[in-house]
Design a protein around this ligand. Structure first.
Ligand code: ASP
Length: 331
């Protein structure tokens, strides 16, 4: 869809458009004339991320405020959780698979539409930064397992044992009666997905996870899959997912949200529709959580999830707040 039509549609759906002295200029398609902007300087920069990751979002906000571009700010933000040993679903300290291996998944996408991903990586903490390296320094988009790990060492990443004593103890406890049943909002849903808009109005994002706790060996979720766990279109906006990755992948959730926004939905409407696509086809939704957050080019934010309990962080105008999210299952 052309920018002109998008702007028309968004104004129809009630997204406030800012025209005025403080308006910034967006990048234009080559064939299009300059159009008025949808962002005002005083709404920039912005960072949002899944769950209550206060420090991670504050870090991204601080980076953006000092002028760091959207992608590097998002990576710096999610690194806070990758390095947080207490977080058992991201980075070092993440829960292992059934056999005791911690395997990490991550992807990044920038405002040019470039992206990189790594899946099932062991012994490397900062996998979002590694995904950026894949994007920039290889001819590929995605590297898996040993190949990704070897590439990491060639780029100077450190080898680290990701299985902490606490995660090991919890896994040993789990093995005593190993049932694979997700517990909504508790052990399976703390992937950090982050979306940033920098001072230039450019959008980028990062998503990083150790995936589902005690997953099968080799299992990869939605988090490193461009279009499922994360999608950015700098002309339109971005979206990220957390929760049961298998269900997010079946509906290519983040891409869907960006396309719905392209067709005129607000971020909130688009997140709700993406959740509806899942629950309408799937009676078992009562047993798993999925949550989406999204931002559009005018800086409007939306979020929606299946079950109560999901929150997101929003950094805006030097304020970093935790926002409760509306949910589908009111039964
Ligand atoms: N989406 C992640 C996955 O399926 C899990 C999560 O968000 O907690 O791997």
């Amino acid at each position: 869809m052309k920018r002109r039509k998008f702007i028309k549609n968004t104004s129809l759906t009630g997204i406030g458009l800012a025209f005025g002295a403080s308006a910034l200029n967006c990048k234009q398609n080559k064939n299009e004339k300059q159009q008025p902007m949808t962002l005002t300087k005083d709404t920039l920069p912005k960072a949002i991320c899944t769950w209550g990751f206060v420090k991670a979002n504050a870090k991204a906000g601080a980076e953006l405020t000092k002028g760091t571009n959207a992608l590097d700010a998002a990576i710096a933000g999610v690194e806070v959780e990758e390095e947080n040993l207490k977080n058992t679903t991201v980075g070092k300290g993440g829960a292992p698979d059934r056999e005791g291996n911690v395997t990490l998944d991550a992807c990044v996408m920038d405002s040019n539409g470039d992206c990189g991903a790594v899946v099932c990586v062991e012994n490397i903490t900062n996998v979002a930064a590694l995904a950026k390296k894949v994007m920039e320094d290889t001819p590929h988009v995605m590297l898996a397992g040993e190949g990704a790990e070897e590439f990491a060492y060639s780029q100077g990443f450190k080898r680290e044992n990701l299985l902490t004593d606490n995660s090991k103890k919890a896994w040993e406890e789990w093995k005593k009666s190993p049932k694979y049943k997700p517990i909504i909002n508790i052990e399976n849903h703390d992937t950090i997905g982050m979306l940033c808009i920098d001072k230039d109005g450019d959008i980028a994002g990062a998503c990083t996870s150790s995936g589902l706790s005690y997953k099968m060996k080799g299992r990869v979720g939605d988090s490193p899959i461009i279009g499922s766990g994360l999608f950015i279109d700098n002309e339109i906006g971005g979206a990220v997912a957390t929760g049961m990755g298998e269900e997010v992948m079946k509906t290519v959730g983040s891409f869907l949200i960006v396309e719905l926004m392209r067709n005129g939905m607000s971020p909130q409407e688009a997140c709700e529709e993406a959740v509806n696509r899942i629950v309408s086809k799937n009676d078992s939704y009562k047993d798993f959580q999925i949550a989406y957050i999204a931002i559009n080019k005018s800086g409007e934010v939306g979020a929606y999830c299946i079950h109560k309990g999901f929150t997101y962080m929003k950094y805006e105008a030097d304020k970093n707040e935790n926002v409760a999210v509306d949910y589908f299952n009111k039964a």
